[in-house]
Design a protein around this ligand. Structure first.
Ligand SMILES: NC(=O)c1ccc[n+]([C@@H]2O[C@H](COP(=O)([O-])OP(=O)(O)OC[C@H]3O[C@@H](n4cnc5c(N)ncnc54)[C@H](OP(=O)(O)O)[C@@H]3O)[C@@H](O)[C@H]2O)c1
Length: 270
């Protein structure tokens, strides 16, 4: 489905986005437009893409800069378009017990994972709709279906992406634009390098996630899961949600409780 086509991948400088870009090149994509903030890392990935026989265009860009995104998409479409596949993979995650969470971290998750994704999708979806052709893949997470302690705000953004994808799928079908969600589970990338790990979860490699995406796209799946543990978790949530919640709590990293005195001080000054 990608042979001879043009794809734009956000978050392409490393991790899952990089693996998806390389897999698309292997599958015969003609041109890949690569977005992330780090220009050096992007050009390294662009070189790898070229070695696989596809054309690569590195577009260093901060997705939270709305004006820059609008200008970049307009230029990319004009000079390298039409774009047939958009993979929204850029994302950030902060792990913290909710009672210790910090607003700047939450804001950065909301700005990148939701507002940034919305901004670039709107610009590209309008053009795909006018062309009556296109496919959008939004990278959510298994945590967009099964939320977990220490990941509450990240999970909130990933649940939102699943809802956003579902609504867009209905709306854009009228314009022959398909919309799918990719829901990786724990994957060995920079994102999780300093995370406290969940017990019993087998990590995937970025390459396994990219291959699962290709299989899912070729089968026309709306929500693409990665690995048997994800399928088990989703079925578990359907059949026995309270058991899955208990299991996830057992698997989650333990957080230190807040000192009791802090609650007392807050109560006195309320
Ligand atoms: N790793 C996991 O366990 C896991 C599991 C489920 C879902 N996911 C999702 O998979 C996606 C990729 O994650 P990953 O593990 O590959 O993470 P990663 O290795 O940290 O890569 C994140 C990518 O997003 C880019 N990025 C971040 N903020 C950006 C911004 N403001 N503007 C443009 N680009 C930005 C980064 O590039 P720059 O820093 O150069 O901008 C990088 O290319 C994310 O949406 C994540 O939520 C990951």
């Amino acid at each position: 489905m990608i042979r001879g086509k043009t794809a734009l991948i956000t978050g392409a400088s490393r991790g899952i986005g990089r693996a998806i870009a390389l897999e698309l090149a292997r599958q015969g994509a003609q041109r890949l437009l690569l977005i992330a903030r780090s220009a050096d890392a992007l050009s390294a990935v662009a070189q790898e893409v070229c070695q696989l026989g596809a054309e690569a265009v590195a577009l260093p860009l901060d997705l939270t800069d709305t004006v820059a995104v609008n200008v970049a998409v307009a230029n990319a479409w004009k000079y390298h378009g039409p774009i047939h596949l958009l993979v929204n993979c850029a994302g950030v995650a902060h792990q913290a017990p909710f009672l210790r969470s910090q607003l700047p971290h939450v804001q950065s998750e909301l700005e990148t994972n939701l507002v940034g994704l919305y901004t670039i999708t709107r610009q590209i979806a309008r053009r795909m709709a006018a062309n009556r052709q296109g496919h959008i893949v939004n990278v959510s997470s298994l945590m967009g279906k099964v939320a977990a302690p220490t990941m509450s705000t990240y999970s909130a953004t990933k649940f939102a992406i699943v809802g956003f994808t579902q609504a867009l799928r209905s709306e854009l079908a009228d314009y022959n634009v398909q919309v799918s969600a990719l829901l990786p589970s724990l994957t060995e990338t920079d994102m999780v390098r300093h995370f406290q790990r969940f017990r019993w979860v087998q990590p995937a490699t970025p390459e396994q996630v990219a291959q699962a995406l290709m299989r899912g796209l070729s089968r026309g799946q709306r929500e693409i899961l990665v690995g048997w543990q994800s399928h088990l978790a989703i079925w578990g949530m359907r059949l026995a949600p309270s058991w899955v919640e208990r299991l996830v709590k057992l698997a989650a990293p333990k957080s230190r409780p807040l000192p009791v005195s802090r609650y007392r001080v807050q109560t006195i000054y309320r």
